[in-house]
Design a protein around this ligand. Structure first.
Ligand SMILES: Cc1cc2nc3c(=O)[nH]c(=O)nc-3n(C[C@H](O)[C@H](O)[C@H](O)COP(=O)(O)OP(=O)(O)OC[C@H]3O[C@@H](n4cnc5c(N)ncnc54)[C@H](O)[C@@H]3O)c2cc1C
Length: 389
């Protein structure tokens, strides 16, 4: 067993760490304050060739895989969670195409993401159902004019990057929407400029500001046969399973960033003729937080390594879900502690703690809530998917 990152990954980590310190750290608060899309940082990512980390070289990416993306996101989210999301969005909508798309679909949609010429979004959630995927109401019906084609209708909501997306991966029922059969769900690629696509509203959000979440409405959008990805419910699940470490990385980086900041603060803050850091009660809290961050990193790096080996099918779910569950809950806990360590200063906008805390709250909800992850882990334990002999 080798716990050391490869030379390539260490190099990537160093490059992203420097870019994060030089370009992201000074911008993070302003991006949150204005909520404006940080095109300047997108351009920096593009220049540094970071938009194709998880895309294979044959489709224009760098082939660093899920582990490479995980490591990059950990560095970026030490300072800005929304910019971690920007990198995450290079994998979330491309995942179903990489897993189940045809070579033609891969050639058509992946190089543009890797080069930064295009952006994409993943449309699964709907106003009436988030966790309950089988309850979705969006549907396709056969296109009477195009054999093998469909007409897609439905409303998707909370779609990250939906306003910037050049194309969408959309999931919809292929039969009666009231039928909960897993076999009647399909996956479709929709170009953002197609007739019938609209983006009528964006959400006002608690955190992760700078990349909007949006409603995306599909009104009888024409789906050509080339836009159909062969896969349904299990493709959704496999795509999300492979993403668990990528979301977890946002929690790890956030907790590291918060603890780095809070630790320097308590070392400098005088109290009772010492500094806050001199008190054992404070040191123990810092020690517990650091231990939990390391535990989350180990779970996450292993899950990323597994995902890169193609181990994101059902039997691998518990280990993948554990990293997302643990890292996102840990991020909420550690960022909450860090607010406390700064006292009143932690509550004020003069310091980034309140932003870390607001941003962390998203992570236990997106891409499968903590409760959904626990359900998946629990099922795996009951089925002896873990260490039973
Ligand atoms: C900032 C942000 C960005 C997002 N980006 C995207 C995106 O890009 N694409 C996309 O498709 N979606 C996106 N989402 C939506 C996200 O995936 C859903 O919010 C999530 O899946 C949960 O669905 P829900 O909000 O409808 O909660 P619900 O499913 O209504 O659940 C509400 C509560 O009930 C709990 N619950 C539900 N079912 C169970 C159960 N069986 N057992 C125990 N507890 C349960 C949940 O854990 C939760 O606490 C985003 C959400 C946010 C907040």
């Amino acid at each position: 067993m080798n716990f050391e990152l490869s030379e390539e990954l260490q190099g990537l980590q160093a490059v992203v760490r420097k870019l994060s310190q030089d370009k992201i750290k000074p911008r993070a608060r302003a991006i949150d304050a204005t909520g404006e899309y940080p095109q300047d940082i997108f351009d920096e990512f593009k220049k540094a060739d970071l938009l194709g980390l998880c895309i294979p070289e044959e489709y224009g990416g760098s082939g660093a895989g899920i582990l490479g993306l995980t490591i990059a996101i950990e560095e970026v989210t030490k300072y800005s969670n929304v910019l971690g999301l920007m990198l995450l969005l290079t994998r979330l909508p491309t995942g179903p195409i990489m897993i189940a798309g045809s070579d033609e679909q891969k050639q058509r949609y992946l190089p543009g993401i890797a080069s930064g010429e295009q952006r994409a979004a993943f449309c699964l959630s709907e106003p009436g159902n988030g966790s309950d995927v089988a309850g979705m109401q969006s549907r396709v019906v056969p296109d009477p004019e195009v054999p093998g084609g469909y007409l897609l209708s439905g409303t998707k909501c909370w779609i990250s990057g939906g306003m910037q997306a050049d194309w969408f991966v959309v999931f919809a029922k292929t039969g009666d929407p009231s039928n909960r059969s897993h076999h009647e769900i399909g996956c479709f690629i929709v170009d953002g400029d197609q007739a019938g696509v609209s983006r009528p509203r964006v959400d006002a959000k608690m955190g992760v500001r700078g990349i909007d979440t949006a409603d995306i409405v599909f009104d009888e959008v024409r789906i050509a046969p080339r836009q159909v990805v062969h896969g349904g419910f299990s493709l959704i699940m496999q795509s999300l399973n492979a993403m668990r470490p990528v979301v977890a990385a946002r929690g790890i980086g956030l907790a590291e960033g918060a603890l780095m900041y809070a630790t320097e603060y308590v070392k400098a803050r005088p109290a009772f003729t010492k500094t806050i850091a001199d008190f054992q009660g404070i040191q123990w809290e810092i020690a517990k937080a650091a231990t939990e961050i390391e535990a989350a990193r180990l779970l996450t790096y292993r899950a990323a390594w597994m995902a890169d080996r193609g181990e994101f099918t059902k039997e691998h779910v518990p280990l993948l879900s554990m990293c997302k569950y643990y890292a996102s809950e840990m991020a909420v806990k550690v960022s909450g502690l860090c607010v406390q360590l700064l006292g009143a200063a932690g509550y004020m906008e003069d310091h980034p703690m309140e932003q870390f805390y607001r941003d962390a709250r998203q992570l236990t909800i997106v891409e499968g809530t903590s409760q959904i992850q626990l359900g998946l882990i629990g099922k795996g334990v009951i089925h002896h998917d873990l260490w039973w002999d």
